[in-house]
Design a protein around this ligand. Structure first.
Ligand code: PLP
Length: 401
């Protein structure tokens, strides 16, 4: 294996194509998929030596590491500006691994309330079962963070842009409050994407992604990744992940690795489409609200512009007339598909109240702004004009009904 790490002075798009590449003795152009759970040793002594300490690019077992997975980890770490990364079986394995690997009974965590349903489950149901105390705050209110973060707080957790209502959290400000008491900042950065965000530079100690979303970007594989310093990833995260079994498969790692080559092009086109659609829809009859951080009407528009290069690829729409009108609208769409993934090349729309956030109580949903008329639109790679036509035609149909 030959490690052909890229030179540090190259720009991100170049690095996203080359970083982390290893070539076997065959000199393949496209990165190889090492679909193997284990590795052979020349001698018994060599096996013993590797178990004592595996050297760079020496592997033992698929749950601990794999050359294709390592290529993905190195490339995404390079893109994120992180020292190291651990790839996981799904985004939730990443969120769970980041939190559980570093917490123990008696620790205190502060989290934003507006979270993806499964993230909320880990914080509310799993961590508390093992004696971790969790305080929830309105993530957009710095005073609430200031009050909740205590001298003994171990970690803060939030989605930099929340799912599905697209609240933007002031990452540097929350990180400063957390770091003042020595707490670690863990950011779920899915909606911001590694292309538009500089979460580590802005103060995140650990960044997690669901690679299922924009990183795959074509709806094929589940995956996730935890990024941070080498010390945290290899010292805290890896021992936990390798013994609890949340590793990414080499097949999925190969898909994700190749997808990083096109990530920048895809998310820029999707973000451009999302902004055009948000502008076209804002103020249309039948829509109570169009929520997108790139719109001036978004409450954290200025913060979003400061914190992210682009406002992301997702829009939330509030249809007038509640669930009935929302369903009429969904059923009238011809190009946008009803599903619950996001970041995909195909535009996808979800009714959170009856799907992704169904588990929450009416009161919880009300507090998060997830009304019966709210829809989450993930903008894909189709021509934005076709999407605008599809959405406005369906809006008219929803009003007539
Ligand atoms: C989808 C998602 C996850 C979970 O990722 P999976 O790959 O589905 O496990 C976590 N956080 C956010 C913000 C997400 O959108």
């Amino acid at each position: 294996m030959k490690d052909s790490s890229v030179k540090p002075n190259l720009r991100p798009r170049t690095r996203a194509v080359h970083a982390g590449t290893r070539r076997s003795q065959y000199g393949e152009v496209s990165e190889a998929m090492f679909l193997t759970q284990g590795f052979v040793y020349d001698t018994a002594e060599a096996a013993e030596a590797r178990f004592i300490e595996a050297g760079p690019d020496e592997y033992i077992y698929g749950r601990y590491g794999n050359p294709t997975v390592a290529m993905f980890e190195e490339r995404i770490a390079d893109l994120e500006g992180a020292e190291d990364a651990f790839a996981t079986a799904s985004g939730m394995a990443a969120v769970n691994g980041a939190l559980t690997s570093m917490l123990r009974a008696g620790d205190h965590v502060v989290a934003a309330r507006a979270l993806f349903g499964s993230c909320l489950y880990i914080l509310e149901e799993v961590l508390t079962r093992y004696g971790v105390e969790v305080s929830f705050v309105d993530g957009t209110d710095l005073d609430q963070w200031r009050d909740a973060i205590q001298p003994d707080t171990k970690a803060v957790f939030f989605e930099s842009i929340s799912n599905p209502t697209l609240e933007v959290i002031d990452l540097p400000a929350v990180a400063a409050l957390a770091h003042a008491v020595g707490a670690r900042v863990i950011v779920d950065n899915v909606f911001a994407t590694p292309v538009f965000s500089q979460a580590i530079t802005q103060g995140a100690d650990m960044v997690v992604y669901s690679a299922t979303k924009h990183i795959d970007g074509q709806g094929r594989c589940l995956g996730g990744v935890i990024l941070g310093t080498r010390e945290v990833i290899r010292g805290t995260v890896e021992p936990y992940m390798k013994h609890t079994g949340g590793a990414m498969s080499p097949f999925n790692a190969w898909v994700m690795l190749k997808s990083l080559e096109t990530l920048d092009l895809r998310v820029r086109a999707q973000a451009e489409g999302a902004l055009a659609i948000a502008h076209a829809l804002e103020g249309q009859p039948g829509l109570a609200r169009v929520i997108h951080p790139g719109l001036r009407s978004h409450p954290q528009h200025a913060l979003a512009a400061r914190q992210m290069e682009r406002a992301g690829t997702v829009i939330a729409l509030e249809i007038e007339g509640g669930q009935e009108a929302a369903f009429r609208f969904l059923n009238a769409l011809r190009v946008v598909t009803i599903s619950n993934n996001l970041g995909d090349a195909k535009s996808i729309i979800t009714h959170p109240a009856t799907t992704t956030h169904q588990r929450l109580s009416d009161e919880q949903r009300a507090r998060l702004g997830i009304t019966r008329g709210l829809l989450r639109l993930s903008v894909g790679l189709e021509d934005p004009q076709d999407l605008i036509h599809d959405l406005t035609t369906a809006l008219a149909a929803a009003r007539v009904g």
